[in-house]
Design a protein around this ligand. Structure first.
Ligand code: ACM
Length: 534
């Protein structure tokens, strides 16, 4: 079914493209570079030698060697690689003046000259070269009869935003590391650099925590595959799964090789029913009652008892293990959709609220986070992590959480982001509409089951303008953009990929390409090649 859908999509795109006159006909690079001038003629890549600056680090050389190996394989002609200087063939030159993710690429009939200051820039230049080559460069079979040319072009490229992310919810449905690796491959092709891994939910806890084994013995399993909703009843199928430490290490290494940082999310104290079901004796507000991993969609009221010192210790311990597993800069602690009614009926929570001098139960959530922030602040330098929260932490509370956090703006995103920036916080734009790209992307009858009515089309996603009309002094607080993928309705990997593409490419372009260079018709034209590849 998915193949058919993809073909339908390609057919639609081709029709649109034929009917439109677009510049840069053969430049199929996505995201579009920040500056590009089309030259005269083409470079013949088949058998062209590769030369790299002797001063290059070994990791950059590895990226260049990988390109050469791919060329040798697909063209059927050996590509020679050597250190040194040349003005012919592929030439990779170190230029310390160029910012870390930026590069220049100058293609003439004689040479493909790349300049960058290090690994990231060389990597992105190589991604661009791959996209400029015929599509067969991605194939699993050699294609010696293909005309292995690259159009002459002059590119000066750097990203608009530092953070170009994709979120993936494995709490509702669990996909496993092979699927995650495929997603990381797609992200890398589009120069995306943050994978926000949503690892815990009411419906499942997906990461092994050594100190709390019941999180995965109990919390990773439920008695239904579907997340029930309305007339969709629990199906009674035992369902679940989780990542061991070994799995996490494998995915971390895979992401690092693709220059993608992982932002692990532990969504606490709301969206935590699976954790509460695992350790009701200290996480539940009402341990005397029965607690189970949730079978339903929506927002569970069964939140963590933030007034129990053992629950605070639990959160600190989980953060400690996350810090060991994820050697990156950020941890996401969730913070969205946290009902307070269980706290309102719990004597410990009532007493704590009095103790902190508040009458607003939302402040208990902030008080909880403050203790976790202090815990992280007391760690040695190499274990420091910055915290990201969903934008609910800005609203409804009277207790401030401090400005040294990042707000992920999803609901009323543009306003929330401005609000965060004005308070001095950094912010990431992931507007629910249209950046929740798990939602239906068309009104076709064959569209798979998901949320929404098919209004979040490729065009709608592409047309969102991040950081539009934002005052110049606030703009440095905008770290970037993120597409979110929730899986309440999505159970199969094929459906994940169908819904991701090509909308993820649209978000990638919003994150990379200068606003004034983005053009939907041109994007569709460039996408033809990309869509065929996937
Ligand atoms: C969210 O969509 N609950 C962040």
């Amino acid at each position: 079914m998915m193949k058919k859908l993809l073909l339908t999509f390609v057919a639609v795109v081709s029709l649109v493209a034929c009917a439109t006159s677009v510049e840069n006909q053969e430049i199929t690079v996505v995201p579009y570079p920040s500056e590009l001038i089309v030259g005269e003629g083409t470079f013949d890549a088949k058998g062209a030698a590769v030369t790299y600056d002797e001063a290059l680090d070994s990791a950059s050389v590895k990226v260049i060697n990988a390109l050469a190996q791919r060329l040798s394989f697909v063209t059927g002609v050996e590509t020679a690689v050597s250190a040194g200087q040349s003005d012919k063939g592929f030439v990779f030159v170190l230029n310390a003046e160029i910012p870390s993710e930026a590069y220049t690429l100058d293609v003439t009939p004689e040479a493909v000259r790349v300049e960058a200051s290090g690994l990231r820039g060389f990597n992105y230049a190589v991604q661009t070269i791959r996209q400029l080559l015929p599509l067969e460069v991605f194939a699993s079979e050699p294609s010696p009869r293909t005309k292995w040319t690259i159009p002459a072009v002059q590119i000066k490229d750097e990203p608009r935003f530092a953070y170009r992310g994709l979120h993936f919810d494995e709490g509702r449905h669990f996909y496993g590391k092979e699927e995650v690796k495929k997603i990381l491959d797609i992200m890398a092709a589009y120069k995306m650099n943050r994978f926000h891994w949503h690892l815990t939910e009411d419906q499942g806890w997906r990461i092994e925590i050594k100190k709390y084994p019941k999180l995965t013995e109990i919390g990773a399993w439920r008695d239904t595959k579907v997340c029930a909703w309305g007339d969709v009843k629990p199906d009674g199928i035992r369902y679940g799964g989780f990542y061991t430490r070994k799995d996490i290490a494998e995915v971390v290494a895979y992401a690092k090789e693709r220059f993608i940082e992982i932002v692990p999310e532990i969504d606490i104290p709301g969206h935590s029913q699976a954790a509460v079901a695992s350790y009701p004796e200290f996480l539940a507000c009402d341990p005397e009652n029965n607690h189970e991993v949730w079978k339903w969609q929506g927002v569970s009221g069964d939140v963590i008892n933030v007034a129990n010192p053992l629950a605070v210790q639990f959160a600190k311990d989980v953060i400690d293990e996350l810090t060991e597993m994820f050697p990156f800069g950020y941890i996401h602690l969730g913070g969205d959709e946290c009902p307070t009614h269980k706290w309102e009926h719990n004597a410990q929570c009532q007493a704590l609220l009095k103790e902190i001098g508040s009458t607003n139960y939302r402040d208990l959530q902030i008080h909880f986070y403050k203790q976790l922030k202090e815990h992280i602040a007391a760690k040695p330098a190499e274990q420091q992590r910055k915290l990201i929260f969903w934008n609910e932490v800005l609203h409804g509370n009277t207790e401030p959480l401090g400005n040294d956090i990042t707000i992920m703006a999803w609901i009323g995103a543009d306003n929330a982001a401005v609000d965060a920036a004005k308070r001095g916080m950094t912010t990431i734009l992931s507007p629910q509409i249209p950046y929740y790209i798990n939602r239906r992307q068309s009104k076709l009858e064959t569209e798979p089951r998901s949320q929404g009515y098919g209004d979040e089309t490729v065009e709608r996603v592409y047309s969102y303008k991040p950081m539009n009309n934002v005052a110049a002094e606030l703009q440095p607080k905008y770290m970037g953009v993120q597409a979110n993928f929730w899986t309440e309705w999505v159970e199969e990997p094929e459906v994940v990929q169908y819904l991701l593409l090509p909308r993820l490419a649209a978000v990638a372009e919003a994150g990379w390409t200068p606003a004034e260079r983005r053009n939907y018709d041109d994007f569709l034209n460039r996408l033809q090649g990309e869509a065929k590849f996937y």
